[in-house]
Design a protein around this ligand. Structure first.
Ligand code: COA
Length: 328
């Protein structure tokens, strides 16, 4: 009997209504549209409303993915939410979103994964293992963030970069010989780089010494260099593992952190930018939500077609990084 492979059968996403342009930011931090665009490629980002939580964004993206897949919520066997900005310390955002999605009746497992901007790739990899093992038939994976809640709006080096949003996919088991679906996933972490990108406080360590709530601190230049290197090696690793040449990759769906990082990954693949999903200009960096948000756009408008090799790749604090190669 042929083996089980996880196929993506539906994608959905959600962005909060409020949009904050670079010029809006320039009203309260010393920056300019020109500086932000030229250094990052970002033009605007969305920000969750008061009373709108990560679980709300997650549930809406999940609903849209179910609709795209044409399957009912009750048919999902497992829910994984990748997030760094959970509603609460506990319970998990996945538990809260499961209930909001009307999926609590069957008491399916629901848990969070935290690998910052690489979180969605980690969650996809876990879902893939469950499906390959035959433990679950249909899995919902969501990347959802309200990064705006952990930004220091006085730090122009970070507050210009991030935004809120959510993206979701429905994965389904299919018996084939690896002809389509997730071909491989590759995950990595290097904890020696923790200090390059982190929050100023937390739970066990307590809040920041200066008071207030924890916010993001980043050594931008160093993060940039490590991100480029990590993504390049991950591209090479994925190609080798699948015996593919770079010309055989049809679409790149990268984490949306900085246009120059995306361009360097595309260059490694010898790919023109019209084969790269880019939503950064309108969404900013939405952390774990960025890959599924970008994927939703290129799937919905029909640019990704059956038979395409789609490489999803991301890097984040930790450092964490990884890829998932899908044959559509
Ligand atoms: N507007 C205007 N000037 C700014 C600014 C802003 N928003 N942010 C920083 N600057 C200034 C700095 O103060 C510095 O001024 P100085 O030379 O007078 O000291 C100058 O611009 C250069 O700063 P630098 O940090 O060297 O800029 P950079 O070219 O490295 O760009 C980032 C900064 C953050 C855009 C860039 O490092 C980056 O994108 N890094 C990767 C970040 C990332 O992707 N993080 C998420 C990973 S998942």
């Amino acid at each position: 009997m042929s083996r089980l492979t996880a196929r993506i059968i539906g994608v959905g996403s959600y962005l909060p209504e409020k949009r904050l342009t670079n010029s809006d930011l320039a009203q309260f931090v010393e920056t300019s549209d020109e500086w932000i665009r030229s250094r990052t490629g970002i033009g605007a980002r969305h920000v969750a409303a008061d009373g709108e939580f990560t679980s709300d964004l997650a549930a809406e993206a999940g609903r849209r993915a179910l609709q795209a897949a044409g399957v009912p919520a009750e048919s999902i066997d497992l829910l994984i939410v990748a997030t760094t900005t959970p509603d609460l310390v506990f319970p998990s955002t996945a538990s809260i979103a499961q209930h909001k999605l009307g999926m609590s009746g069957r008491r399916i497992p629901a848990f969070d994964v935290q690998a910052v901007c690489a979180g969605f790739i980690h969650a996809i990899s876990i879902a893939d293992q469950y499906i390959r093992a035959g433990t679950c038939w249909r899995v919902m994976v969501i990347g959802a963030e309200t990064v705006s809640r952990i930004l220091d709006w006085n730090d122009r080096g970070t507050c210009i970069l991030f935004g809120d949003g959510a993206g979701a996919v429905i994965l389904e088991a299919e018996r084939n010989n690896g002809e389509r679906g997730i071909l491989s996933t590759h995950l990595h972490a290097d904890g020696s780089l923790v200090d390059l990108l982190k929050t100023t406080g937390g739970v066990s360590r307590g809040g920041p010494p200066e008071g207030g709530s924890a916010t993001i601190r980043m050594q931008g230049n160093e993060v940039f260099k490590h991100a480029v290197k990590a993504l390049e090696s991950c591209v090479d690793e994925t190609l080798v593992a699948n015996g593919l040449s770079k010309e055989q990759i049809d679409w790149l769906v990268p984490h949306q952190a900085n246009i120059r990082i995306i361009q360097s990954t595309a260059k490694r693949l010898g790919m023109s930018m019209n084969r790269v999903a880019v939503t950064l200009e309108r969404h900013g960096n939405t952390s774990a939500a960025s890959v599924p948000l970008a994927l939703d756009e290129v799937v919905r408008d029909g640019r990704i077609q059956a038979g395409h090799h789609v490489l999803m790749i991301a890097v984040g604090g930790g450092f964490t990084w990884g890829s998932a190669l899908v044959k559509w």
